[in-house]
Design a protein around this ligand. Sequence first.
Ligand code: COA
Length: 416
Amino acid sequence: MTLPLNGIKIIDFTHVQAGPACTQLLAWFGADVIKVERPGSGDVTRTQLRDIPDVDALYFTMLNSNKRSLTLDTKKPDGKKILEQLIRESDVLVENFGPGALDRMGFSWERINELNPKMIVASVKGFSDGHHYEDLKVYENVAQCAGGAASTTGFWDGPPTVSAAALGDSNTGMHLAIGILTAIIGRQQTGKGQKVAVSMQDAVLNLCRVKLRDQQRLDRLGFLEEYPQYPHGEFSDVVPRGGNAGGGGQPGWVLKCKGWETDPNAYIYFTIQGHAWEPICKALGKPEWISDPNYSTAKARQPHIFDIFKTIEEWLADKTKYEAVDILRKFDIPCSPVLSMKEIAEDPSLRASGSITEVPHKERGSYLTVGSPIKFSDLKPEITGSPLLGEHSEEVLAGLGYAAEDIKRLRESQVI
Ligand code: COA
């Protein structure tokens, strides 16, 4: 099957999660992604949190499918020469080293641009160039704290809280993928490559846009009507943590269902959409609330919204989360069961759509991974297993014109 990114060659100088998530996505859509790794060790995630001794960890396999692996010591002269050759014939170089590492290796943007003016160089860093923290190394939770997510997540009487979702890592990788594709289209018009950079702080902040909205509303009004602190609690001058409150115009909350005492995920998320008030009252068996002035408008409901949620919980007490959603969906009420990772792993709909997919691996057997969340009418990415360390070194070097004896010499001198 011809894929849209066939013919795009990517030097994947990424590690851990943010960069690999980006290049994996591009590989699914057809790019030839050559993962360049240090001989002997490779990406640190190959060995992190292993579940099977001496076999690539799921952390690695789930972020590096559809790629080829080339081991290369790019600090040795022969390694630098090979990287230069690769740069001359590739389209994109993606990296997420610590600040300045690529420059120290001798591959500054200026040098790469000199080697191949069409090359797109895409980088993830913790903070953007020129930021007063630009020299910092950054991991996921650091970015969530720097980007506004942690200060606005959690409960008001608890500490700042990070999300389990990889807002700093994979989210930054997705932003970078958009940047790379834009630069490729730009190059079609200008013939020139360019530098594309996304900082993890900026990528988190981009998802916290509504919290910056709230800061400005708070500055002007002194309160935020959709937060649990309104109208009975206190506001300071910063956006508070709102627990499980809905971030938009509709109040919502996580509500207990049958079995919550023993099952940590026996909950649903329930949203009270303004125009759905009438169906909600009907679903709950509370038709008298439809025209009651204490309940009939969103403004009237807000002062006692938690009493309303309590009433809904009473209605939910004899229903499992699935039974509840099956009733509520008939009334057009936006809601969902709170799903555990086990339930997600076994979900037949996610399997059917390819969002959860089973992938073969040469050493570990098959494993589950998250497939493409982007669906196309004419393209269904086939997810293949991740490469073993250096699995494609000989193939890549042969493609660059190296003879078998040269490859042997490079291996003996630990360049590859
Ligand atoms: N051959 C030779 N050297 C290599 C190499 C290769 N194939 N691949 C990497 N290296 C070297 C680098 O050149 C660097 O050397 P230097 O520091 O002597 O210049 C060294 O390995 C370490 O790189 P670095 O990226 O700084 O690793 P780290 O383990 O200390 O830090 C991070 C890890 C993730 C904190 C850091 O890379 C970072 O902040 N990256 C940017 C933000 C990011 O992506 N965070 C992670 C999100 S999942």
